[in-house]
Ligand binder design. Structure first.
Ligand code: SF4
Length: 142
């Protein structure tokens, strides 16, 4: 099955290590991480996606804020430049070892970190990356 992702979550998936906003958020993310690690495709969407879903019942979910859309724009720019493609709604991607290697390397050396400015998780993501992504839950499909 296809997983719907907004652009900046292409970065967040690299450092997901089982931490998040709430228990339902983490449980949902774990299911998505397992599906990605089994080879499910990604479909790029605009706005809230499958990772955001557990937060959308809140009164003012941050997933709908302009600042988060701007984060998407920055991630789309950086990842598009890296992968030589246009990261926009409707694009389908598959995660494999080469893709993860390229994305992890660019994240680690800062080429795709514009979108992370001001994010509350930035220090954690930097640490996970600096430690070689050993704690992460999204792995290349076997
Ligand atoms: S710092 Fe924030 S936006 Fe960047 S990868 Fe981590 S969670 Fe995602």
């Amino acid at each position: 099955m296809t997983i719907r992702l907004r652009p900046h979550h292409l970065l967040c998936l690299l450092t997901y290590a089982g931490k998040g906003y709430s228990a339902p958020f983490v449980a949902n993310y774990d299911r998505i991480a397992a599906r990605m690690s089994q080879g499910d495709d990604i479909l790029i969407v605009e706005g809230p996606d499958d990772i955001c879903a557990p937060l959308l019942g809140e009164a003012d979910p941050h997933c709908r804020r302009t600042s988060v859309r701007e984060r998407d724009d920055k991630a789309a720019h950086d990842v598009g430049k890296l992968l030589h493609c246009s990261i926009e709604a409707g694009l389908q991607l598959s995660i494999d070892e080469a893709w993860l290697h390229q994305m992890r390397g660019a994240f680690a050396d800062g080429r795709t970190r514009q979108a992370c400015a001001g994010c509350e998780w930035s220090d954690l993501c930097s640490t996970i990356s600096a430690e070689g992504y050993s704690q992460v839950r999204i792995r290349p499909p076997a």
